[in-house]
Design a protein around this ligand. Structure first.
Ligand code: FAD
Length: 289
C-alpha cells in the first residue's frame, strides 16, 4: 500500500476583512487533515509584518495547529527582527521559517538594512539565541535566480542547516526528477536534514507562469500546453488536481513521506489532492487509533 504522507500548508496573511474570512475558511477546511504545521508568509519587502504577526497569533490562539511564522531579513534591524521572534516565543509560537526574503516591488536586489541581518545564516544564528525555535528554511531544486554557479544552492543550504535549521521546504517545481536530483546532490553534500517538497496546485496558470519566471522555477513546455488546452475547455481545476496528485505520488514512490502545499488561501485544490493521496480525516483518525 502506498505511504500516506504527512502534510503541511502555507497561507498568506489577509489584507482586508474579506480576505480574513477567506483565510479562516481555508484554515477550517484544511485543519481536519491534521497538518504537521501550517505557515504564514511575510510579504515581500517586509510589507506584511504586522498582518503576518496578527494572522499567526490568531491561528495559534484559536486552533490547536502548530503555526510557523515566516520571518525575513528585509528592511528591519536585527533588534526589530529579534523582537518579533521574542514576541512569538512569548505567545507560544515555536516554529519559524527563516528566509533572507525578496526585496520590495521595483527593487532588483536584496540590500541588507544597515543594522540588519546580512543573510539567512545570520538570521538563523540570531533566532537560536532569541528562543527555542524549530527553524525551517527555503531550498531550491531549480536554481535560485541569484545562484551564480551550479551547486551554489546546495552549498548554501548546507550552510543554513549547519547554522541551526532543522528542515528545508523547497520552492515549487513541476517534475519529480527535479526534486530527486536536488535531494541526491544534498545527500552527497552531507545534508541529512529532511527536505520537504513544496507543491503548488495550479489555481491560475497565468499567475503561476509569472511567479515561476520570477523565482526561477522551470516551466516544462508540456505544462503550458496542457493548461492552455484545459482553459479552452474550462477544466483547469481537474487538470491542476490531477497534476499535483501525480507529482506527489511520484515523490512518494521515490521515498518522500512529507509534503508542503502552497495553498494560496484557496483550500479546495489542496484538499482534493490530499484526499486523492489518502490524507483524509479518517486516515488521521486511523493513525491515532
Ligand atoms: P537564501 O537561501 O539565503 O539564498 C537564496 C540563494 O541565493 C542561495 O541558495 C544561494 O544560491 C544564493 N545566496 C544567497 N546568499 C548567499 C551567500 N551569502 N553566499 C552564497 N550564496 C548565497 N519571501 C518572502 O519575502 N516572504 C516569505 O514569506 C517567503 N516564504 C518563502 C517560503 C519558502 C518555502 C521559499 C522556498 C521561499 C520563500 N520566499 C519568501 C522567497 C524567498 O525570500 C526568496 O527566494 C529569496 O530570494 C531567498 O530567500 P532564502 O532565505 O531562501 O535565501
Amino acid at each position: 500500500m502506498a505511504t500516506v504522507p504527512s502534510v503541511s500548508f502555507e497561507f498568506f496573511p489577509p489584507r482586508s476583512v474579506q480576505a480574513s474570512f477567506k483565510l479562516w475558511d481555508t484554515v477550517q477546511a484544511l485543519a481536519p487533515l491534521r497538518p504537521r504545521f501550517v505557515s504564514v508568509t511575510y510579504g515581500a519587502g517586509g510589507t506584511t509584518r504586522k498582518l503576518t504577526h496578527e494572522a499567526v497569533d490568531a491561528i495559534n490562539a484559536s486552533t490547536d495547529l502548530t503555526v510557523a511564522a515566516h520571518l525575513t531579513c528585509v528592511d528591519a534591524s536585527r533588534e526589530e527582527t529579534l523582537e518579533i521572534a521574542r514576541s512569538y516565543a512569548k505567545a507560544g509560537v515555536t516554529d519559524i521559517v527563516a528566509l533572507r526574503g525578496d526585496p520590495p516591488k521595483g527593487v532588483d536586489s536584496f540590500t541588507p538594512h544597515p543594522e540588519g541581518f546580512r543573510d539567512t545564516c545570520e538570521l538563523i544564528e540570531g533566532l537560536r539565541e532569541a528562543g527555542d525555535f524549530t527553524i525551517r528554511v527555503g531550498a531550491y531544486p531549480d536554481p535560485h535566480p541569484e545562484a551564480t554557479r551550479e551547486g551554489q544552492d546546495v552549498e548554501w543550504l548546507k550552510r543554513k542547516i549547519d547554522a541551526g535549521a532543522t528542515e528545508a521546504i523547497t520552492q515549487f517545481f513541476f517534475e519529480a526528477d527535479t526534486f530527486f536530483r536536488f535531494r541526491d546532490a544534498c545527500a552527497k553534500a552531507g545534508i541529512d536534514a529532511p527536505i520537504i517538497p513544496g507543491i503548488l496546485p495550479i489555481e491560475n496558470w497565468k499567475n503561476t507562469r509569472r511567479f515561476a519566471t520570477a523565482c526561477g522555477a522551470r516551466l516544462p513546455a508540456w505544462l503550458g500546453e496542457a493548461f492552455e488546452a484545459a482553459e479552452r475547455d474550462g477544466r483547469q481545476d481537474l487538470l491542476a488536481t490531477a497534476l499535483a496528485t501525480e507529482l506527489s505520488s511520484e515523490l512518494i514512490d521515490g521515498g518522500v513521506d512529507k509534503l508542503h502545499f502552497y495553498t494560496l488561501n484557496r483550500p479546495h485544490l489542496t484538499r482534493d489532492v490530499c484526499h486523492a493521496l489518502g490524507v483524509t480525516q479518517d486516515s488521521v483518525l486511523e493513525d491515532v487509533a
